[in-house]
Design a protein around this ligand. Structure first.
Ligand code: G4P
Length: 285
């Protein structure tokens, strides 16, 4: 899914989040592990204040494991509980429940002191478009869950998914919007394919990716496309990729557009390997 954001969308999404968040105990925030900064909207800190919080580093299967560890360390220092995840894989979901319970420890303890026992914690999933919210809800809910209808008083118009005796999940995720003020946000989200490419033209996007790969993941382009040297101009390297992959126009000119699409597609689907575009502030290189 590719979305374009307009102020109207954002206002509506924010209002909906503000309403829904009143009903829940814990916010499960999904980030894309390849772009943890660009896929995060810091407004969630304000929206989710006074709630238990945890962060799922989703699409970790596509991200560089070393970078994911660095990001988790960084977020931990900021007081966030984190779990790396492939939301398509149901096997990882047990761990999520354990971390939700950990995030809600204080609340459960408070309930216990008031004599309230075994009240499930209520959770909602939040994140920008395409981070994997629906995939996560489907995997987490699995087949065994029961969807509970409207509970009078509390959940008017809302569907809750009873995951197990401990957790209930709001079945509509909270939609956050990307923070485009930093130009890298648009660039990185376009690279992973989460926003429309028209924000940048395709060749600009692919040459920016080539520049990044040569700098941070040397050898990747040579291995995949047998380009001759990675220290050349990105446009020349794109030309070489076009030659190697037969992206040729009439008159034997390289078809840069086709080569750009091919490169971006290879990157997005993980065929270039596990790559993360961002590192936490204070990273080593
Ligand atoms: P959203 O609700 O947050 O908008 O995201 P959604 O679940 O629709 O997921 C967006 C895309 O990301 C989907 O692919 C989904 O399969 C994929 N995805 C979600 N989580 C993961 C993950 O952990 N790892 C990987 N590799 N992919 C993930 P799609 O191409 O839009 O659809 P499809 O190919 O699954 O049909």
């Amino acid at each position: 899914m590719q979305l374009q954001w307009y102020p109207g969308h954002m206002t509506k999404a924010k209002r909906q989040m503000q309403e829904d968040i009143k009903l829940i105990d814990v916010v499960i925030e999904l980030l894309d592990a390849r772009v943890p900064a660009a896929s995060r909207n810091p407004d969630i800190d304000e929206l989710g204040k006074n709630k238990a919080r945890l962060v799922l580093m989703n699409k970790a299967d596509l991200a560089d494991e070393r970078r994911t560890r660095e990001w988790m360390e960084y977020l931990k220092k900021k007081g966030c509980l984190t779990v790396p995840l492939d939301a398509r894989n149901r096997g990882g979901m047990k761990q999520v429940t354990a971390v939700i319970m950990e995030a809600c420890r204080e609340k459960i303890e408070r309930d216990r002191k008031r004599g309230i026992k075994n009240r499930p914690v209520r959770a909602m999933v939040a994140g920008i478009p395409n981070v994997g919210k629906s995939t996560f809800i489907n995997s987490y809910a699995g087949k065994a869950c029961t969807r509970t209808g409207n509970k009078p008083g509390v959940t008017k118009g809302k569907q809750w998914i009873r995951l197990n005796k401990n957790v209930e999940l709001l079945d509509t995720p909270g939609i956050l919007w990307p923070k485009f003020e930093d130009p890298d946000v648009g660039l990185h989200l376009a690279m992973i394919g989460s926003i429309r490419e028209e924000i940048l033209n395709l060749d600009e996007l692919s040459t920016a990716l080539i520049r990044f790969l040569c700098d941070q993941y040397p050898g990747v382009l040579t291995e995949r496309y047998a380009v001759s040297a990675e220290d050349g101009e990105p446009a020349a390297l794109l030309g070489q990729i076009a030659q190697r992959r037969g992206c040729i126009l009439k008159g034997n000119e390289p078809d840069y557009g086709k080569a750009s699409s091919l490169l971006l597609d290879d990157f997005r689907s993980g065929r270039l390997g596990r790559i993360t575009l961002e590192q936490p502030a204070g990273g080593d290189d």
